[in-house]
Ligand binder design. Structure first.
Ligand code: NFS
Ligand code: SF4
Length: 630
């Protein structure tokens, strides 16, 4: 398999150069203008939680000011800031989940919102104790919508946790007092307790951070994935192409960027409308070329094979190509810079969500009750804009790469099932996976998740670490922007098995899969949780016993902080390539990097050097194997 890295970097540099020539600014320019970033902020010791402040205490223990005006210590300030990051991250993912619940509430046989996966509907309904026998599926769906919405704000009790969660893990949470109660409630608790004059105990604040984050992973995000599958189908293997080279010279190029699949599904359907295709042709274009970006890119790639235009750091570069008629967004990870940038080109920057209005964008509020017509209206804006493309200003990079995506847990289990032909219950079907891990053919599994960050070489660490691990017989799953990085580098191709170790290669041959499995968007990390949970259940182990690791080498968002917490809280060690703002709190930093292991059997590792991080991950896998005597 050829190494595409240098071509990928060259193609990106070409666009960055073009931006300079066009006199427009990108994220890297603004990063450079920021010069040296604030040391207090980096260490997490700056507090603005009340108007006696802002207070900044010394990031070096024993030196300078040690307490805020209210008396908060560095650890309390760091823990409060960290908790608020978890709260914001969990809120974003979980509110995405809520949108899907509300969408399901409006599903009807004759309307525009339909059930596409009845089997999954029945399975999820069962886990919420909803009767399905002999009932109309839409009645079941409405009950499920009500039950899932109730998980957000129920006043008493705990979250209805998925059956994939091992009993032993639940006991750990109960013992530590971090079992999630209700999704919104645990987020609100953080906001309350981190208000001036409330919690002054860093350890307790970290527990609250964990509780809300677990409510995201095993609650809000988990529900988002389950309900998206019910409404829009459960993904299975499908081919796509990745990187900005998917843009076309002679088509109306439309990029869908953001997160919730509700808008993007409607646009995908509308893009097939003969009326719109005819309109595009009447404008002199070959047709409509729909592409996805960031998590929306993952959502529509794994359900429809729609091309993946790029990840977080490519959103501005997409506009810089001069070939994009419309960039349509909903919520999250959308740079506000796009408004000004798109004005320097012909691109229409179309915002659609009241949750993410952006000044100077074209705002067309997405009408869920009239999704198809609304999507058509938005696409018409793009098509009619084709004539405004300035051919002199166009630079579409050549770089693109095919990829195989869509490995939901169900798809993985189906693939394994075909091999053993077991046709037995769900739990038994993870047996072949357990067998190859126990026998050592595969040493373990690693999940690569999270974002890009201009502090780090774009996609570099993600790709480097994945390559190292697959070469050492570790199977890899990817989601979010990390999934785009892998796709662009050719790691989602079946031929990538050629750079895998002999054991993993054998498994890839047998199952006809790539060594790196694309599991979807960031809320779909719930699919990772489900898979490792089922595996632990089958082996009668806790997740923390398994030779399984996770990494977010280029993380930047608050969502990634919540993810890191729920991944570690679930018993999986997590490697961060960007240092989180906790170094100014000696207790907090020590807890996350060391003591956490005593509580959860897993902890955080911070290692900016990708070579070292990948080696550490492998070592950790081997040490877990040793403990299991395998
Ligand atoms: Ni995840 Fe999706 Fe990308 Fe990071 Fe943003 S798109 S939810 S947060 S940047 S991986
Ligand atoms: Fe300063 Fe305390 Fe107010 Fe924070 S809450 S700004 S540390 S006085």
């Amino acid at each position: 398999m050829e190494d595409r890295r240098s071509e990928i970097v060259a193609a990106e540099e070409e666009l960055i150069e073009k931006a300079k020539k066009d006199g427009v600014e990108t994220v890297w320019d603004r990063k450079a203008k920021m010069k040296v970033q604030c040391g207090f902020g980096l260490a997490g010791v700056c507090c603005r939680n009340c108007a006696m402040g802002p207070c900044r205490v010394s990031p070096v223990p024993g030196k300078g000011v040690s307490r805020g005006i209210c008396g908060a210590t560095a650890d309390v300030i760091v823990a409060r800031n960290f908790a608020r990051m978890c709260a914001a991250g969990a809120a974003a993912h979980s509110d995405h989940g809520r949108s899907i619940c509300l969408y399901l509430e409006n599903a009807s046989r004759d309307g525009q919102i339909n059930i596409r996966d009845e089997k999954k509907l029945a399975a999820v309904a069962k886990r919420f104790g909803i009767e399905t026998e002999g009932r109309d599926i839409y009645d079941v769906a409405h009950d499920l919508a009500a039950a899932t919405l109730n998980e957000y704000g129920k006043p008493h009790g705990n979250l209805t946790l998925p059956t994939a969660l091992p009993k032993k893990r639940r006991e750990v949470w109960d013992r530590l007092g971090v079992t999630p109660r209700a999704i919104d409630k645990d987020i609100v608790s953080i906001m309350h307790s981190t208000h001036i004059g409330c919690s002054g105990d860093a350890e307790n604040i970290l527990k609250m951070s964990m509780r809300a984050s677990l409510g995201d992973g095993w609650g809000g995000s988990y529900i988002a994935t389950e309900l998206s599958d019910i409404l829009f189908t459960t993904p299975s293997e499908v081919e796509t192409t990745a990187n900005l080279g998917v843009l076309e010279e002679n088509s109306v190029n439309v990029i869908l960027h953001g997160h919730e699949p509700v808008l993007s599904e409607a646009v995908v359907a509308a893009a097939e409308d003969p009326e719109l295709i005819a309109l595009a042709k009447a404008q002199g274009a070959d047709g409509i070329n729909l592409c996805g970006m960031c998590c929306t890119g993952n959502e529509i790639a794994l359900r429809h094979g729609i091309k993946m235009a790029g990840n977080f750091l490519q959103q501005e570069l997409a506009v810089v190509t001069g070939a994009v008629e419309a960039l349509i967004v909903d919520v999250q990870c959308i740079m506000p810079s796009l408004a000004k940038l798109s004005q320097s080109y012909h691109t229409k920057f179309i915002t659609t969500s009241p949750k993410a209005k952006i000044t100077d964008s074209l705002y067309i509020e997405f009408d869920e009750d009239n999704a198809y017509e609304c999507a058509k209206q938005i696409l018409k804006e793009a098509i009619l804009n084709y004539k405004n493309r300035d051919r002199e200003k166009v630079l579409i990079p050549h770089e693109k790469c095919d990829a195989v995506v869509g490995f939901s847990t169900e798809a993985i289990v189906d693939t394994l099932d075909k091999v053993v032909n077991s046709n037995i219950d769900q739990l038994q079907t993870v047996k072949p996976l357990a067998d190859v891990i126990l026998s050592g053919v595969i040493r373990g599994a690693a999940a690569f998740v999270g974002c890009n960050n201009p502090k780090v070489e774009h996609d570099g660490p993600i790709v480097k670490m994945i390559k190292y691990l697959i070469a050492h017989d570790v199977i890899v799953v990817v989601t979010g922007c990390a999934a785009h990085a892998a796709a662009k580098a050719g790691l989602l191709l079946k031929e990538a098995k050629e750079i895998a170790g002999p054991g993993l290669k054998k498994v890839c041959d047998l199952l006809d899969i790539p060594p790196v499995l694309h599991q979807g968007s960031c809320v779909d990390i719930s699919r990772n949780l489900q898979l490792v949970g089922e595996l632990a259940n089958y082996l009668k182990l806790d997740i923390s016993d398994l030779p399984v690791v996770g990494a977010a080498p280029e993380w930047m968002s608050e969502k990634a902080v919540a993810i890191g917490m729920y991944v570690v809280g679930s018993g999986i060690d997590a490697w961060l390539g960007v240092v989180p703002p906790v170094t100014g709190g000696p207790f907090v930093a020590d807890y996350l990097l060391n003591k956490m292991e005593d509580d959860y059997g897993s902890k955080f590792f911070v290692e900016p050097d990708p070579d070292k991080a990948a080696e550490q991950m492998l070592q950790r896998i081997e040490s877990k194997r040793k403990k299991l005597n395998i």
